[in-house]
Design a protein around this ligand. Structure first.
Ligand SMILES: [Fe+2]
Length: 598
């Protein structure tokens, strides 16, 4: 993701070698990394589980030393499997097979989309956990209305990759900044996923990385190894394989960490502002699927949570459901899709869910041909499905085609009954699969309005910023979520320039296309701008503040910026005790919400 020449301060837990493997690893010298110079060990054997760092960071400037006085060492454990003889033999054989596989993979250069040296360097690289540090230095005055905790999710791989790795593959870590009476504290913690817990105990990245590793024949081999380890009782994949790194939602008095490859994980915020993982959360047994989308939507009026679950192996490929405010789930509705479709986000209006069925699809057979299972299918028609939120089946779903449009995220949608239209606001991304597959063409993310006519079945699409010379890549952000599903005038979106870094955020007037910018400054970059309304029912839509973590690549320090959303004036910044890597999505829980936590 970042330039390979940026400084790095990586907080890896080193991949550990099983003792019982020592001799077999030596036997692999001829097929492995026998030219590596980075190990001080006498043996020159560096197969996968014993390999030197994939990340060499050549020709890098000196990395400023991070303040680690309050760091919490990862809970690494000595590798002490309680296995019987047969399991030990199986483990050895499978480790040797994986060593050969990694050796094979590393003979060729990785594409940028799976090269760890590109994906997790600079401030995309991981940090260690931090326990709560209070009384943080504040520049300016934190507005009185901000009382609660801002939490932001991100990818933070615990173990150093031994092969391909995409930034999205990292273990989920939540950064929490609590504000109480103008004073701020900070902590960050891994979300203790079942995957993380097992890999930590073993000291090995045993679970396949869904984007970084599951390509072509190597990806098939990795899946076979993974399931073979499961069959032999060397790991347990029945409790989920997800990383819980993408987003956060606070619903029914629970903070949920989400990634679309698994169920949510419940995380509890302690009274002092620390984070504790409660566990994988299936809504008290109601959610029978193994996955839930990372961007469920809370209706600000009904307080219901709307969600999807997709399956890329078997039909039905998509299910829609909702939860009532008390946590009770509605029955699933099967959404008929001809092929399994990658679906990171969707939208709601006052009465409808708006479901994108786009051209980035799963084709597992592509792996047999050596390719990625996530591909851009130009022949497929891109369309949106509009379904009443309270429907009990998909019979009345209206599909409206929207040619050649791919949206990774949607910022809002609303109904305009006078024209029989549903208006959808999102960022149209080209090339559509550029997050997953390498392209020469540079990525563009164009803030766009789509109008879906429910009567005619036709659609129109226009860029909201009309003047081409004013085009800027806008990704990750939001509208005032108290108005989600209703017409909004403004969106607050990250300026993703130079991609994938975020140099500031824009307040965009969705009707005039006027753009006002707040830039972080020279060599300063951030992530999602979070809009926090001053009150639940503000008179003005933009009455609130933008919260954003900002990192200075010159000083290697991170801050939280608080900016007035009306006029984009700086209000305050909080100096953070340690680096906050660039990450994904966040939420805010006010002080009343914290008291009511389940
Ligand atoms: Fe997202």
């Amino acid at each position: 993701m970042a330039s390979s020449t940026t400084p790095s301060a990586v907080a890896w837990t080193k991949t550990q070698i099983p003792r019982h493997l020592s001799s077999s690893l030596v036997d692999l010298s001829s097929i492995s990394f026998n030219k590596s110079k980075s190990s001080s060990r006498k043996t020159k054997i560096h197969p996968t589980l014993h390999s030197p760092s994939v990340l060499h960071f050549p020709n890098q400037p000196v990395t400023p030393k991070e303040d680690s006085s309050e760091t919490v060492n990862p809970k690494t454990h000595r590798y002490q499997p309680q296995w019987n003889f047969l399991q030990r033999a199986a483990a050895t054989a499978l480790d040797i097979a994986e060593a050969a596989l990694v050796s094979h993979e590393r003979r060729r250069p990785f594409p940028k989309t799976t090269d760890p040296r590109v994906q997790i360097t600079g401030n995309f690289s991981p940090v260690q956990e931090q326990k709560v540090r209070g009384q943080l230095p504040v520049n300016g005055t934190i507005p009185e209305s901000i009382e609660g905790i801002y939490v932001r999710n991100g990818a933070n791989p615990l173990l150093e990759p031994v092969s391909g790795h995409h930034f999205f593959d990292g273990d989920g870590m939540i950064h929490a900044l609590k504000i109480e009476k103008g004073s701020a504290s900070y902590a960050c913690r891994f979300t203790e996923t079942e995957r993380l817990k097992q890999e930590r105990v073993h000291g090995l990245p045993l679970f396949p990385k869904s984007i970084g590793e599951l390509h072509g024949h190597s990806g098939i081999a990795r899946l076979l190894l993974f399931y073979a380890r499961g069959l032999c009782g060397l790991l347990d994949h029945t409790k989920g394989t997800g990383v819980a790194n993408a987003s956060l939602v606070y619903f029914n008095d629970r903070l949920l960490a989400l990634s679309e490859d698994d169920l949510p994980y419940q995380v509890r915020i302690t009274p002092c502002g620390d984070l504790e993982t409660v566990g994988r959360y299936n809504f008290n047994g109601q959610l029978k699927h193994s996955t839930m989308i990372a961007h469920p939507k809370i209706d600000p009026v009904s307080k219901e949570l709307f969600a999807l679950s997709y399956d890329f192996v078997q039909k039905p490929y998509l299910k829609y459901f909702r939860f009532f405010p008390d946590g009770e789930k509605s029955p699933d509705i099967d959404i008929p899709l001809p092929v399994p479709t990658m679906m990171h986000d969707f939208a709601i209006t006052e009465n409808f869910v708006v479901i994108p069925d786009q051209q980035v699809v799963f084709k597992l057979q592509e792996m047999l041909r050596g390719g990625s299972p996530v591909i851009y299918d130009k022949k497929k028609k891109s369309r949106f499905g509009i379904l009443n939120k309270s429907a009990t089946d998909a019979n009345d779903m209206i599909w409206v085609e929207s040619p050649d449009a791919f949206f990774f995220h949607f910022w809002n949608a609303w109904e305009e009954p006078e024209s029989d239209e549903v208006v959808v606001i999102g960022s149209c991304m080209t090339p559509p699969d550029s997050i997953f597959n390498e392209h020469d063409e540079s990525l563009q993310s164009v803030l766009s309005e789509i109008r879906l006519n429910l009567k005619t079945g036709k659609s129109t699409r226009r860029p909201i910023i009309q003047e081409p010379s004013n085009h800027v890549n806008l990704e990750v952000g939001m509208v005032n979520r108290n108005l989600l599903g209703r017409q909004t005038s403004y969106a607050y979106l990250a300026i993703a320039e130079p991609w994938p870094k975020i140099s500031g955020f824009a307040k965009v007037d969705l009707f005039t296309g006027e753009v006002k910018k707040y830039m972080y400054g020279d060599k300063r970059y951030g992530g999602e701008p979070f809009f926090l309304p001053t009150e639940q029912n503000c008179e003005a839509e933009d009455d609130g503040y933008i919260l954003a973590f900002v990192h200075d690549e010159k000083t290697w320090k991170s801050e939280l910026h608080i900016v007035n959303a009306k006029n984009l004036q700086f209000e305050a910044s909080v100096k953070l005790p340690s680096r906050v890597p660039y990450g994904f999505h966040g939420t805010f829980i006010d002080s009343r919400g914290l008291v009511n936590q389940a």
